[in-house]
Each structure stands twice: as structure tokens, then as C-alpha cells.
Design a protein around this ligand. Structure first.
Ligand SMILES: *[C@@H]1O[C@H](CO)[C@@H](O)[C@H](O)[C@H]1NC(C)=O
Length: 344
């Protein structure tokens, strides 16, 4: 197996860390008011018969990339288990503070063109701090930069060809210092919200590969659509938990529905966290469609627990989301210590 292109080279990160909006998702122009009084999830149109077609894998991934990712993840887990400081689920979690920079990429300076206000950013910081507080992680807002660049706004994350990845790397490198212990957040179009966000590479990849380490400034960080800040216009993603989810990846968490075999299986190590129940499919494919109710299916009935739709690392609508589990918290803190030089 040779990595013949940037796209193949980075396929692992995308496969694990990419967050794709539901295939049935339709973009609502900015200013569209969702009915928050009961019909909240009425916009969800997928049916349970569509279970076999999931958006778990990004469309640009070939089967070869899939095999590599399973292999690499398993290899990583072996090393991680040997080296991790062994925070245990439920251990005391002394507080750490991680600096955050926001880069707001815009097509123009209107709300429809990517503009995000200081108030929105402060609201996002509050959501982040509340969500990560049980993990003993606080976020300190250091800087905000706004840049008008229509090419970046429209193409980054949407174009996954080599040229598109190059563009993303140029964008990130023009801002970031590449410090592993600083969170860089890029807000941009992402297909006008059709893609919610992603981190390109999980944190340990930089220590595995000197080329990646050298290019960290162009690769690291979390990318989100500007529509997913708190009180935004997206019908299911308006609480600011999209960034919480992406930063979960940034700190080393996989999706709770992660499966090396692909969607639909209950076998294997899943997300490598023992207290997140195994689930065969992402929540948005299995939630009870009755309006406004966060009812979980049990897609792996012969294994303990029902689907973890309250977990930040699943794909449930944000009002269903409430937590990281103690196992995820222990994993994040170990990953931050080992791979991000953050003393936890
Ligand atoms: C700003 O950019 C958005 C997205 O490309 C576009 O829909 C809108 O028409 C632009 N507005 C102005 C005033 O140029």
C-alpha cells in the first residue's frame, strides 16, 4: 500500500475524525427560524430503512484507506496503552487551562458570508467551558482574527482533492504557530453548513510521522462551519456542541459509533472507551423520529447499554447531548499529556 496522494495520506484522520451532517440534511439560509417549541426535529427526514446508507465514511475515501485506518488505530492503541499515564475513569481531575485562538474565514463581512460576532465567540467559549468542566479542562480565549477570503470560505473542507487539502494547509499555516498545546479553531463555510466540522488528524499522528509533525501548523486544529455557533440557524445543531464534538477528536476521542468493520457491526473495540455502550450506527440514523424526543435505540442489543445518544461524540441532535463519560475523560487527559504536552 502506497500513499499516492495527499488525499490518501490523510485519509485516516478524515475517516475517524470527520463529522458529516446527515445526508438528508438541508441547508436553511441564515435567518431561518427553527420551531423550538416541539417541532424541533421535524426537519429530520431520513427513514430507518436507510440504515445501510450512512454518512460515516466521507465520499472521497477508498477501500484501501479504510484498511489502513483500522490497522493504524489498532497499532496506536497498543502503544497508547503501554505509555498512558493511566488516569482512571472517575479519578480526580485537576484543572488544566488550554489557550484558544479563533480564525473566522469569510466570503464577505455579512452573516450570510461567514461573519461571526465577538458575542457569538464568547457564547461558544461558555459552552466549551461548561461541557469540558467535568473533565477538568478550561479554555482560555486568546485571540480572534477575521479574514475575508472567498476561496477558503467556499473550498476548504469541501474540496478533498490534493489541491483542496493544500489550500486548507495554506490557510491554517498562515495563522497557526503549530503549538500542540494550543487549540486553533477555524470557522468557515464548509459547503454552507452541509459539513459540520472535522479535525484532519488525531493528535498521536504527529508523533508517529515526522512529515506530519513538520507540517503541524498546516494540519492541526478544529474546523467548524460558522453556522454552528450557539444560537445559530441549523435545526439540530444550535447549542454550540459541534465545536465540543470536534475538540473531543482534537483531544483523542473517536466517535462512539466507531467501528473498524464499518457501520452496522457490534464487534471489535469500537471507540476504545469501555463505558460508552457499543452502537452499530450513529444516532441520527437511529433516533426515534417522534418530534422532539431523544429516544435511543439499542442497535447492539446483546451488549450492555443502549445507544449513547447523550454523548458528545455521537451524532444526535444537540439538545440530546449532555456528556463525556468518565472513560472518555480519562482517555482525553492521557492523550493531552502524551501527545499535546499538556500536563494533566
Ligand atoms: C456574501 O457571501 C455569501 C456567501 O458566498 C453570499 O451568499 C452573499 O450574497 C454575499 N453578500 C454580499 C453582500 O456580497
Amino acid at each position: 500500500m502506497r500513499a499516492t496522494s495527499l488525499a490518501a495520506y490523510f485519509a485516516l484522520g478524515l475517516r475517524i475524525a470527520g463529522t458529516y451532517a446527515s445526508p438528508a440534511f438541508t441547508f436553511r439560509p441564515y435567518g431561518w427560524q427553527s420551531d423550538r417549541s416541539g417541532g424541533r426535529f421535524a426537519a429530520k427526514t431520513h427513514s430507518h430503512t436507510g440504515l445501510e446508507s450512512t454518512d460515516y465514511s466521507p465520499p472521497h475515501l477508498d477501500a484501501c484507506g479504510t484498511e489502513i485506518s483500522a490497522e493504524n488505530l489498532a497499532t496506536f492503541e497498543k502503544q497508547f496503552r503501554k505509555q498512558r499515564k493511566a488516569h482512571r475513569a472517575g479519578d480526580e481531575v485537576p484543572n488544566v487551562v488550554i489557550p484558544v485562538n479563533f480564525y473566522i474565514i469569510m466570503a464577505n463581512e455579512t452573516v450570510g458570508g461567514g461573519y461571526v460576532s465577538d458575542q457569538q465567540i464568547e457564547a461558544q467559549m461558555e459552552v466549551m467551558n461548561a461541557a469540558f468542566s467535568p473533565a477538568g479542562i478550561s479554555w482560555q480565549h486568546i485571540s480572534t482574527k477575521r479574514v475575508i477570503n472567498p476561496l477558503w470560505f467556499h473550498n476548504v473542507g469541501v474540496d478533498q482533492t490534493d489541491a483542496g487539502i493544500q489550500l486548507e494547509m495554506e490557510m491554517k499555516a498562515s495563522f497557526s504557530t503549530g503549538d500542540p498545546d494550543v487549540l486553533d479553531v477555524y470557522s468557515t463555510g464548509l459547503g454552507m453548513g452541509n459539513l459540520l466540522g472535522y479535525v484532519r488528524l488525531l493528535p498521536w499522528r504527529y508523533s508517529e510521522d515526522p512529515i506530519l509533525a513538520e507540517n503541524r501548523a498546516g494540519l492541526d486544529g478544529a474546523i467548524i462551519t460558522w453556522l454552528s455557533f450557539p444560537n445559530g440557524p441549523l435545526p439540530q445543531y444550535f447549542l454550540g456542541y459541534n465545536l465540543v464534538h470536534e475538540v473531543g477528536h482534537w483531544a483523542g476521542l473517536a466517535h462512539t459509533f466507531n467501528s473498524v468493520e464499518g457501520p452496522g457491526t457490534c464487534e471489535g473495540p469500537g471507540d476504545y472507551v469501555s463505558d460508552t455502550p457499543v452502537q452499530a450506527y450513529a444516532a441520527h440514523l437511529t433516533l426515534d423520529p417522534a418530534g422532539g424526543v431523544c429516544l435511543a435505540y439499542d442497535t447492539c442489543a446483546d451488549q450492555p447499554g443502549i445507544d449513547p445518544i447523550n454523548n458528545f461524540m455521537d451524532y444526535a441532535p444537540e439538545p440530546c447531548k449532555t456528556e463525556f463519560t468518565p472513560g472518555q475523560i480519562a482517555r482525553m487527559r492521557d492523550v493531552l499529556a502524551l501527545y499535546r504536552e499538556i500536563e494533566t
